[in-house]
Design a protein around this ligand. Structure first.
Ligand code: PLP
Length: 403
């Protein structure tokens, strides 16, 4: 076999479909968010980022940075080991306490990323609960899908946010078998939100565990940033809440919270937890500072929601096809991978606006889109510039207007 030819051929396939990915080469500017530098073809330009998952700008917040600096000065760069072998730093312990408190759960466990948290927890539940059946929302994130697959447990996929379909699947499982319902709160590409309380009702009826990915909700929903489960007053009904420290909290890392026995079980059996070096102490310190800050600053969440609502309204008024979203995510439909990439390129090259095209397999074919994530730091002036520029690009490329 000619390996090189094989690799190049697979890349050609992507290019032919118009979905070969090109990364924007950015240099974030601490204190200037959402501005950043973009390195392209030997030139450097200042651009406005409109698609960051640093949803609240906490990745550059002075309190996050101060905590990180202080911890680096005290502890150095790396953790020095896995959690079991010399790698549990006091900052990890403090962060886990902070996260348990955020969700008002007895215990928390941190991982290198949200991806690893999902992958490890789900694969461990599915592999060790005897005869476990996992019932999974069809729109679940790849990290959950891979965790479930890796567990080798029986898997059923219910229709997106459809509690009746979920009920039907659970009714068909032997009542004696353990069952786990895996779902998300905010689905990040469409911006819709699941009926957490109703899903818990159905799960309770069948004595199933619930596993809720709140990656796109923690820090942003609920009076203290505990996510949609907090907002809806149902956090105590969810068996496992999973979150990230890399999106609204602006740093990196993932976690689960729940009962002490459950967290101890994953801590003791989860391979992706046991066999991986723990996060740098400074990362834990920065994440903890960010979680604490967002707990106490609900006005940032209010501003965030106001900015998202304003952007949706302004795009609609300009006749652009904003997709329905009840969250902070603002998707604008293009419906073709090449045009989606072209629109994104024009915005970046001609207008210094950066919004990444979202193509298959992240979303269904035919629903290719630009996904805007306005933050509390996007001003009216940023929006003025965006609306003028995107209207121009839509006209120039002859893209579809709102239906
Ligand atoms: C980003 C994401 C993850 C993974 O979290 P990371 O901390 O980025 O690894 C998990 N679930 C969902 C729904 C996500 O969008």
């Amino acid at each position: 076999m000619d390996y090189e030819q094989f690799f190049a051929g697979k890349i050609d396939e992507l290019e032919n479909e118009g979905r070969y990915r090109i990364f924007a080469d950015l240099e974030r500017q601490a204190g200037a968010f959402p501005s950043a530098l973009n390195y392209r073809d030997g030139v450097t330009r200042e651009i406005t980022v409109w698609c960051s998952n640093d949803y609240m700008g906490m990745g550059q917040h002075p309190e996050t940075l101060a905590a990180m600096h202080e911890a680096i000065n005290r502890c150095g760069a790396g953790a020095g080991g896995t959690r079991n072998i010399s790698g549990t730093n006091h900052y990890h312990v403090l962060l886990e306490q902070e996260l348990a408190d955020l969700h008002r759960k007895p215990a928390a466990l941190i991982f290198g990323s949200g991806y690893t948290a999902n992958m490890t927890a789900l694969s461990t539940f599915g592999a060790l609960l005897p005869g476990c059946v996992i019932v999974s929302d069809e729109n679940n994130h790849n990290s959950m899908i891979e965790g479930i697959r890796h567990s080798r447990a029986e898997k059923k996929i219910f229709k997106h946010n459809d509690v009746e379909d979920l009920d039907r699947f659970l009714s068909n499982v032997d009542p004696k078998l353990p069952k786990l319902v895996a779902f998300e709160s905010v689905y990040s590409m469409d911006g819709d939100i699941s009926p957490v309380s109703e899903i818990c009702d159905v799960a309770d009826k069948h004595n199933a565990m619930t596993f809720l990915d709140e990656v796109h909700a923690v820090g942003m929903y609920g009076a203290r940033g505990g996510g949609v489960a907090e907002r809806d007053g149902v956090a105590d009904r969810v068996t496992v809440i999973q979150g990230t420290l890399g999106k609204a909290f602006g740093v990196v890392g993932g976690y689960i919270v729940g009962s002490s026995a459950m967290c101890d079980f994953i801590r003791s059996y989860g391979a992706g937890f046991i066999f991986s070096t723990s996060m740098p102490p400074a990362v834990a310190a920065a994440a903890r500072a960010s979680v604490r800050y967002l707990k106490e600053h609900n006005e940032l969440r209010e501003r965030h929601q106001e900015r998202a609502a304003t952007l949706k309204r302004r795009l609609s008024e300009a006749g652009l096809p904003v997709m329905p979203s009840v969250s902070h995510v603002v998707p604008v439909l293009v419906g073709n991978p090449r045009l989606c990439k072209l629109a994104s390129d024009e915005l970046l090259f001609k207008h210094d606006i950066y919004v990444q095209p979202i193509n298959y397999p992240t979303v269904e074919r035919g629903t290719e889109r630009l996904r805007f994530t306005p933050t509390p730091l996007h001003t009216d002036a940023h929006m003025d510039h965006l609306i003028t520029s995107i209207t121009e690009v839509w006209d120039r490329l002859g893209l579809k207007a709102a239906a």
